[in-house]
Design a binder for this molecule. Structure first.
Ligand SMILES: Nc1ncnc2c1ncn2[C@@H]1O[C@H](COP(=O)(O)OP(=O)(O)O)[C@@H](O)[C@H]1O
Ligand SMILES: [Mg+2]
Length: 351
C-alpha cells in the first residue's frame, strides 16, 4: 500500500488509531488519535506518547511475535479522564509503503460509559441483595424461634407471626417496586398514546390514600383547576406517580397536618414549549435539607433509612416517579425548605 493512501483509510476509521513501525515510532495517525494525544505525532517514539508499561509490552509482543492483544488503559487527554480498550494488532510488511518491515496498529475504544454502567449495575445488585436480606434474615430468625423457644407460647407466637407478616410484606413491596421500575425503564422510549383525565387520576389516587391519611390525621386537600384536564398518558402509571408523591407527603410531611394537591394550567411551559399542567403535591412537614434534593430520585436513596423502613418504604418510589414522568415527556421539580415543608411538582404537556 502506498504511503499516501493509508492516511484517508485511517481517517475513515471511527476510532482513534495510531500506526507504529517496527522501530516503535509513530508513522501515521488519524484525527481521533490527534485529539487524544496532540497534533504532532508522526516521527515520535511511541513511548514518549504513551508510557504505560502494559501497553509497551503488548506493542512489543505484536512487533516481535506477531501477537494481537487488548489492554484496558486509563488515559487523560486535556480536561478529562477516560477508560479505553486499546487493541494492538500486528501488521505485515507493506512493500514500498510506510511499514516496509511491518508494524502494528493501535486503536482506542472509549469504554468509560460502559464501565460506569457496569459499576451502576453492580451497585444496584448489591443494594437489592442487601434490601432483601434484611427482612429475610428476620424471617429466618423468627422461624427458628417459633420452632424452638416460642413453640408453646401462644402470645409470643402471635407477636412473632405479626412481625413475620410485616417483613414478608416488605419483601413483597420491594419485588413489586423492582418489577415496576424495570417495566417503566424498558418502556421509557415508548410514548403513551391514550387520553387521560388528570382530575380522575388524582381523585383515584387521593381516594386510595384517604384511609392512610386518616390514620395519620392528615387532611388531603385538592386545589386549583378542576373539571376534565386532558393529557396524553398512561392512567395506571400516572396514578402510581401521584400515589407515590401523596403517600410520601403523608408519611414524611404529615406532621404539618395536611397534604395539598394543586393543579395549575400553564399556557406556555418554556422547557416543554407548549401548554402544560402542573400538579404540585405539597406538605408543611419538616422539609428536606438541600444537599439531599439532587439525589432523592436515585434508587434506594433515602434521607433517613430507618424512618423509611419503619414506614414500609422501599426507597424506589421517587425513582419510579422520575422514569414515568420522563416517559410522559414531563418534568419533575422538587422544592423543599427545612422546617417549612416540601413541594413535589410534576409538569405534564396538556392536550
Ligand atoms: N414529602 C417529603 N418530605 C420529606 N422527605 C421526603 C418527602 N418525600 C420523600 N422524601 C424523602 O425521600 C426519600 C425517598 O422517597 P421514595 O423514593 O418515595 O422512597 P421511600 O418512600 O420508599 O423511602 C424518602 O425516604 C424520604 O427521606
Ligand atoms: Mg415513597
Amino acid at each position: 500500500m502506498l504511503k499516501s493512501s493509508i492516511i484517508p483509510v485511517l481517517q475513515a476509521v471511527p476510532l482513534p488509531v495510531l500506526l507504529v513501525n517496527a522501530e516503535e515510532k509513530i508513522v501515521a495517525s488519524n484525527q481521533g488519535a490527534q485529539a487524544l494525544f496532540g497534533a504532532a505525532l508522526e516521527g515520535r517514539a511511541f513511548v514518549t506518547v504513551l508510557r504505560q508499561p502494559q501497553l509497551g509490552r503488548a506493542l512489543e509482543a505484536a512487533l516481535t511475535d506477531g501477537r494481537a492483544d487488548q489492554v484496558r488503559l486509563r488515559i487523560t487527554p486535556p480536561g478529562r479522564e477516560m477508560l479505553t480498550l486499546v487493541s494492538v494488532a500486528p501488521l505485515p510488511p507493506d512493500e514500498g509503503g510506510i511499514l516496509p518491515r511491518g508494524g502494528a496498529m493501535l486503536s482506542f475504544e472509549d469504554i468509560t460509559a460502559v464501565e460506569e454502567a457496569e459499576a451502576m449495575r453492580r451497585d444496584f445488585v448489591a443494594n437489592v441483595s442487601h434490601e432483601l436480606r434484611t427482612p429475610l434474615t428476620a424471617l429466618m430468625g423468627f422461624v427458628e424461634t417459633l420452632r424452638g423457644a416460642a413453640k408453646d407460647d401462644p402470645v409470643a407466637r402471635d407477636r412473632f407471626l405479626a412481625i413475620m407478616e410485616r417483613e414478608a410484606g416488605r419483601m413483597n413491596r420491594l419485588v413489586g417496586d423492582l418489577l415496576s421500575l424495570s417495566r417503566v425503564e424498558s418502556e421509557e422510549r415508548l410514548r403513551p398514546t391514550t387520553q387521560v383525565d388528570l382530575s380522575a387520576v388524582l381523585k383515584g389516587a387521593m381516594q386510595t390514600l384517604t384511609p392512610v391519611a386518616e390514620t395519620q390525621k392528615v387532611a388531603l386537600i385538592r386545589a386549583g383547576e378542576t373539571g376534565v384536564l386532558k393529557v396524553s398518558g398512561d392512567a395506571d402509571q400516572l396514578t402510581q406517580v401521584f400515589s407515590n408523591l401523596i403517600e410520601n407527603g403523608i408519611k414524611y410531611g404529615g406532621a404539618g397536618g395536611s397534604v395539598t394537591v394543586t393543579v395549575t394550567h400553564i399556557a406556555h411551559e418554556p422547557v416543554l414549549r407548549g401548554p402544560a399542567f402542573r400538579v404540585a403535591v405539597s406538605d408543611k412537614g419538616e422539609g428536606i435539607e438541600p444537599m439531599h434534593l439532587p439525589r432523592l430520585t436515585e434508587r434506594f436513596y433515602r434521607v433517613d433509612t430507618h424512618r423509611s423502613r419503619e414506614q414500609g418504604g422501599t426507597g424506589l418510589g421517587l425513582a419510579i416517579v422520575k422514569h414515568i414522568v420522563a416517559r410522559h415527556r414531563g418534568r419533575l421539580k422538587i422544592e423543599s425548605e427545612k422546617g417549612k415543608g416540601s413541594c413535589f411538582s410534576v409538569i405534564l404537556p396538556a392536550l
